[in-house]
Design a protein around this ligand. Structure first.
Ligand code: ADP
Ligand code: MG
Length: 262
């Protein structure tokens, strides 16, 4: 009993919580299976490492601040014909992050851009990457607040520690000249140092309208499209189509019911 208390105390000191949790049941299994001591120790180490990895991924996902968690596995690639599943799966491997490349997801609302952006960013979290998901409006807000509090450079140095910045919904809300400039400066600072994943409902030709400054828009587009993976989403809103489909099925049922009643 004294040994047990001492062991558990040591395990706590060594921050081996999963060892502490498993050592007794694993010892019983090892005795039952007549396993050598090394195998027992190996099993304890494996469980500890797996648990730490799971915690690390959980922390990375929490730090990314996703508005909603969406996995690539729940995306119906058949619903959107011009989006190559293979390309998305390849991107999910994360080489673009190592190369500090950009991803642009462009298309009308409701086609799954935010879903794919979240799915790719989640994969990055699983690969031990530092990710932050931002709606463009809230990034601009944070930039403005940081500027007002004279801590813009501190804010940017935090951003530069990221591996991937997701900028969701560029183009939904028009912004002031100051905001546009701040966003431009932010993207310029990150350029070739941090991967950026942008989703937008705007075609490139319409970006001028948003930034209100042709030269700045040109420079921003130049940075974002240089060595970028551009995925276009074309079609009709997924949810809208799901609803139409559902309505059609209900109508069909109604017709069938009427037929059987007769
Ligand atoms: P966007 O960002 O292009 O406006 P979203 O990613 O927000 O579109 O998609 C709207 C909703 O429809 C989300 O709940 C998303 O999960 C779902 N959705 C869109 N496309 C698909 C798809 N192909 N497969 C599964 N769910 C989809
Ligand atoms: Mg979206």
């Amino acid at each position: 009993m004294q040994h047990q208390a001492l062991l558990e105390n040591y395990l706590r000191q060594l921050h081996l919580a999963t060892f502490a949790q498993n050592y007794q049941t694993f010892a019983q299994d090892a005795a039952r299976g007549n396993l050598p001591y090394e195998r027992y120790l190996l099993a304890l180490c494996e469980a500890e490492v797996a648990q730490r990895e799971a915690h690390r991924v959980e922390r990375a996902i929490a730090a990314a601040k996703f508005p909603v968690l969406k996995e690539l596995s729940t995306f119906d690639f058949d619903a959107i014909t011009n989006l190559s599943k293979q390309r998305v799966v390849e991107l999910a491997r994360g080489e673009y992050i190592a190369k500090k490349e950009t991803i642009l997801l462009i298309g009308n609302p409701g086609l799954g851009k935010t879903h794919i952006a979240t799915g790719l960013a989640l994969e990055a979290c699983k690969q031990a990457k530092k990710v932050r998901f931002y709606g463009v409006a809230s990034l601009i807000n944070d930039l403005l607040v940081a500027q007002k509090d004279l801590r813009l450079s501190k804010f940017m140095s935090q951003m530069l520690k990221l591996d991937l910045l997701v900028l969701d919904e560029l183009g939904f809300i028009p912004f002031s000249k100051d905001s546009a400039q701040l966003l431009f400066q932010c993207c310029s600072d990150l350029y070739e140092r941090v991967s950026i994943l942008v989703t937008s409902n705007l075609r490139f030709a319409d970006w001028n309208q948003l930034f209100g400054d042709e030269r700045m828009t040109g420079a921003l587009l130049d940075r974002l499209t240089h060595r970028a993976h551009i995925l276009e989403f074309v079609g009709e809103s997924y949810r809208f189509r799901q609803r139409l489909l559902q309505e059609k099925m209900e109508e069909q049922k109604l017709v069938e019911n009427r037929a059987t009643v007769r």
